[in-house]
Design a binder for this molecule. Structure first.
Ligand code: FUL
Length: 492
């Protein structure tokens, strides 16, 4: 009897909640669920956003022939790393703070780093490990051991294959894709390069072969294979479907850099034009955030002649702030050398880069601040969420409030030169401009401003700011701003 009345009461409450969805149990008015603005990310894209920083590993016959683009006629015998060490490679990426690596399983020259069943042009005919080696397997296993995610680059352009530019090649390409998608554990990405240079070996033909990027690869059906076999893998091409090229190979995102793109524009297909990719488009028709790819050296592959041209820690930091700090992901290439390891110069530069980043983000000076917001949408969306280190919680204003302020009275006076902001992505990219003020001599003085935020905005200031009160102002937004994180840091 008691049980039954409880059940009835619960049903009644449930009904009331279900009917109006806006009355809380204590009778007070609570706000309704917020509606997303514009295109929103998928679950797999959210996982990708959370990675922020990962690496490319460009490695193949080119490493031994000293080329950037192999012609496709390289002997399998050329591939012979003297001391291949997947743990050293992946360990270097891990120590640098990377969340994953993407290996060039096959570059444009067509040589396969795994013993594909569908070609003789692979490690199986190389002297490395007596023809029994599988570099894809070794890197994937090292990633698993060291807690990194793994992805593959499978060049659509193949300058070795006799059927390239004919329908039979698509079949070949898909067989290879299936091998990579089924034999190497979970992949976080499949990276489809857009380069199609034309001439090549092509099984001995040594000729120019042109294809129409838009139709030849029949991308929709190739993508289906990835979705079927690796549903959580994000696919890259110049224009998606899951993340986009940033339009340059310098690792620099636009400012602003919107996470959305208008896919109705001409050239919006894999390998299409790079127009608009650097800054994205707003409001856009698809959530298609940017990846900034860049090599730690001038070339993508290892060349001893570039040993003294490794990017310095200061250059890497600059790239980090202009990629991750503009809401994109950074894909930094580390090319294994002829031993099959990351060269000491690269290791040293990465180590110092990481040391500075760790020192910078060790302490959030906003932590413990007393927060006061000009508006909040009800208890569940209180401003304290911006300091809880959890990107799933956020401060949100009422629907009609698109400009809002958050004053943070710091626990102690602080000196900082980096501001860190994140939007709550499942509600779409809403904020269009923010400004920051410091309390100085009894008044507010602006010290920074920014446009797009998205996954993350890092504002790196030329001067340090010393204050005990900071004001964050959302000065322009397309919908009620939803901010999930806020931080103040000091780069040493
Ligand atoms: C380009 C390629 O042609 C380069 O060799 C490299 O792989 C880079 C990441 O993408 O399009």
């Amino acid at each position: 009897m008691i049980k039954r009345s409880l059940l009835l009461a619960a049903t009644a409450v449930g009904l009331v909640l279900g009917l109006c969805g806006c009355i809380s149990l204590n009778g007070a008015e609570a706000a309704s669920e917020p509606k997303p603005y514009g295109p929103v990310p998928t679950e797999r894209q959210l996982r990708w956003h959370a990675m922020e920083f990962y690496g490319f590993l460009h490695f193949t016959v080119n490493t031994f022939t000293d080329k950037e683009w192999g012609y496709g006629d390289e002997s399998e015998g050329a591939f012979n790393p003297t001391d291949f060490d997947a743990d050293q490679i992946v360990g270097t990426a891990r120590a640098a703070g990377m969340a994953g690596v993407i290996l060039t399983a096959k570059h444009h020259d067509g040589f396969c780093l795994w013993p594909s069943k569908y070609t003789e042009h692979s490690v199986k005919n190389s002297p490395w490990r007596g023809g029994k080696g599988d570099a894809v397997k070794e890197i994937a296993a090292a990633c698993k051991r060291q807690g990194l995610r793994f992805g593959v680059y499978l060049s659509p352009w193949d300058r070795n294959h006799k059927d390239y530019a004919r329908p039979a090649y698509i079949e070949y390409y898909r067989h290879q894709l299936r091998e990579l998608l089924t034999n190497y554990g979970e992949l976080f990405t499949v990276w489809f390069d857009g380069a199609n240079g034309g001439d090549g070996f092509y099984g001995g033909a040594r000729e120019m072969r042109r294809i129409d990027n838009r139709t030849f690869y029949d991308w929709p059906n190739t993508w289906k294979i990835v979705r079927e076999l690796q549903p959580m893998a994000c696919m890259f091409s110049d224009a998606g479907p899951d993340f986009r090229w940033v339009g340059n190979e310098a690792g620099i995102a636009g400012d602003p850099c919107w996470a959305t793109l208008d896919m109705t524009k001409p050239g919006r297909y894999p390998g299409g034009s790079s127009q608009g990719l650097n800054s994205g488009e707003r409001p856009g028709t698809a959530w298609l955030p940017a990846e900034c790819d860049v090599s730690i050296r001038p070339g993508w592959f290892y060349h001893a002649s570039e040993d003294a041209k490794v990017k310095t820690p200061a250059q890497l930091l600059d790239i980090y702030y202009k990629s991750v700090g503009r809401g994109a992901c950074l894909n930094l290439n580390l090319p294994p050398d002829r031993r099959g390891q990351i060269h000491g110069n690269d290791v040293a530069s990465l180590k110092e880069f990481r040391r500075i980043l760790d020192a910078t983000f060790a302490k959030n000076f906003a932590q413990g601040a007393r927060l006061e917001a000009s508006n909040q949408r009800g208890k569940r969306w209180a401003p304290e969420a911006v300091l809880d280190g959890d990107r799933a919680t956020y401060w949100l204003t009422d629907d009609d409030v698109k400009q809002a302020e958050l004053v943070a009275a710091l626990a102690q006076p602080a000196t900082f030169n980096v501001v860190d902001l994140r939007e709550y992505l499942p509600l779409g990219q809403r904020i269009e401009a923010v400004a920051l003020d410091q309390w100085q001599g009894g008044r507010w003085v602006q010290f920074a401003q920014a446009t797009s935020i998205g996954n993350r905005r890092l504002i790196r200031m030329p001067e340090k700011v010393a204050t005990d009160k900071v004001r964050l102002r959302v000065t322009q937004a397309a919908a009620a701003p939803a901010i999930s994180e806020f931080g103040l840091y000091l780069e040493p």
